[in-house]
Design a protein around this ligand. Structure first.
Ligand SMILES: [Fe+2]
Ligand SMILES: [Fe+2]
Length: 197
């Protein structure tokens, strides 16, 4: 049995509620999402060999790049201009989550040849619970507009990777890795949210 979609739980709502309570904090959060979309885009390019690139992969790359762009545009419109991701409040926690996911999934023996769809499946599954939950609580109108556009594409990506014929027993391992890393990430981000700058 393959793992089903993630469901929204109280911890996601509580975490996002804390983020949107402060305008500055929310801009930091949007900047992190932009960074993660960009990292996702790069990871696709790095994990798929030149000879295997097809129209569908190019579409995926271009859509993830556009998600990074749309979110960064909201950050700049909000007044956080020309700021490097290196200096983002949540940047390091976000890196740890994504790098950890990438490395642990790559280390699974069954990931041979499945790195790209495996990581993508895990990411889209998380995105499809976090973005709708975020859309419900944010009051940033530009963000809502961007997020609705992004979400329509993420739903298609989610469906696309949901149709990949992964070997039996593979996705439960991938899901377990992601579900262990996500709470570590939100715990770290929650601590950072409380810190004064
Ligand atoms: Fe995306
Ligand atoms: Fe996506």
């Amino acid at each position: 049995m393959n793992p089903g979609p993630l469901t929204e739980d109280a911890s996601i709502a509580e975490f996002l509620g804390r983020i949107v309570a402060s305008r500055d904090l929310e801009l930091e959060w949007i900047d992190l999402l932009s960074q993660l979309e960009y990292v996702g885009c790069r990871k696709i390019m790095k994990s798929v060999g030149f000879e295997s690139v097809n129209l569908e992969i190019l579409r995926h790359v271009s859509e993830e790049a556009s998600h990074a762009y749309l979110l960064k545009a909201v950050v700049e419109e909000g007044g956080l201009r020309d700021r490097s991701w290196r200096d983002g409040r949540f940047a390091e926690a976000g890196w740890r989550y994504f790098q950890g996911l990438d490395q642990r999934i790559s280390a699974l023996p069954a990931s041979e040849g499945l790195h790209y769809p495996g990581v993508s499946w895990a990411i889209e599954r998380r995105v499809l619970v976090v973005y709708p939950a975020y859309l419900k609580v944010t009051r940033n109108e530009s963000l809502k507009k961007a997020l609705r556009r992004i979400l329509a594409q993420e739903e298609r990506h989610g469906a696309q990777f949901g149709e990949v014929a992964f070997p039996d027993g593979y996705l439960p391992q991938v899901a377990a890795i992601e579900e262990a890393l996500w709470p570590e990430f939100t715990a770290a981000a929650s601590r950072l949210a409380l810190q004064r700058v």
